[in-house]
Write a protein that binds this ligand. Structure first.
Ligand code: SAH
Length: 239
């Protein structure tokens, strides 16, 4: 796990032997399950270390100091094979984590992996964000909402900000030329109770492309009517 270890060090984080073994198990299970369930197109050993595990760890750059993460209640919306939520759970075992995805086959993998990694305080939910965000036990209950590669910004904020507690933050991982996407989402962000804090470029030599964290503070309650019915946030984004 040299690639991951080197990158993690550059992020000012550390990996114990136990955590390294968990990432090894994660890699092997991911590749094995990927034969049957469509989880990822990234399967090379070094590639997974960088593009999945290290990339997940970069969300910690949203925190200065890092201590804010330890006791956080976190949800990863559209987690797929657990990215970025599960690597964050491995790095910060004391967090409370909810992994949400609409696909039950992916959830089956996550249940299996949770078992293999011996993780507690990880809840796996199969469902649409549009519906799950309406349940009182999940609405505005999270300190940190994470999401990578799920939807364009205006759609994404409708799927994610309703989960975020007032005073909490949304960290969306985005790639390349995102300026227009972010400015187009301004109205949606404000309407859903968000306030843009920062668009932070990830500066790590491991990544040759442009990667960003779009960080949004939740400053006021999301109005009752959001999120709209499943599919609507994507079909008719708030602009
Ligand atoms: N975050 C992962 C997966 C990205 S693929 C990664 O970066 O690797 C997008 C995932 O979001 C898919 O697994 C899909 O099932 C899920 N998804 C898309 N729209 C969703 C919605 N409205 N509610 C819940 N999950 C959704």
């Amino acid at each position: 796990m040299d690639k991951l270890t080197a990158g993690i060090t550059r992020l000012d984080l550390q990996l114990s032997q136990g955590q390294l073994e968990q990432f090894m198990t994660y890699y092997h299970e991911l590749v094995a399950w990927n034969e049957r369930v469509n989880l990822t197109t990234i399967t090379g050993f070094e590639e997974v270390q960088i593009k999945h595990f290290l990339d997940s760890a970069t969300v910690t750059l949203a925190f200065q100091p890092r201590t804010g993460i330890d006791r956080a209640r976190i949800i990863d919306v559209g987690t797929g094979a657990g990215i970025p939520g599960l690597p964050i759970k491995i790095l910060f075992p004391s967090i409370e984590l909810v992994l949400l995805d609409a696909t039950s086959k992916k959830a089956a993998f996550l249940h299996h992996l949770k078992q293999e990694l011996g993780l507690d305080n990880v809840e796996i939910i199969v469902g649409r964000a549009e519906e799950v965000a309406r349940r009182t036990e999940y609405r505005e209950r999270f300190d940190i909402v994470l999401s990578r590669a799920v939807a364009p910004m205006a759609t994404l904020v409708e799927l994610t900000l309703p989960f975020c507690a007032i005073g909490g933050i949304l960290i969306a991982q985005k790639k390349g030329g995102i300026e227009p996407e972010v400015s187009q989402a301004e109205r949606a962000i404000a309407l859903l109770g968000g306030h843009p804090r920062e668009v932070k470029r990830i500066m790590l030599e491991e990544f040759s492309d442009e990667r960003y964290l779009v960080i949004i503070d939740k400053v006021s309650a999301t109005p009752e009517k959001y999120p709209r019915q499943p599919g609507i946030p994507a079909k008719k984004p708030i602009v």
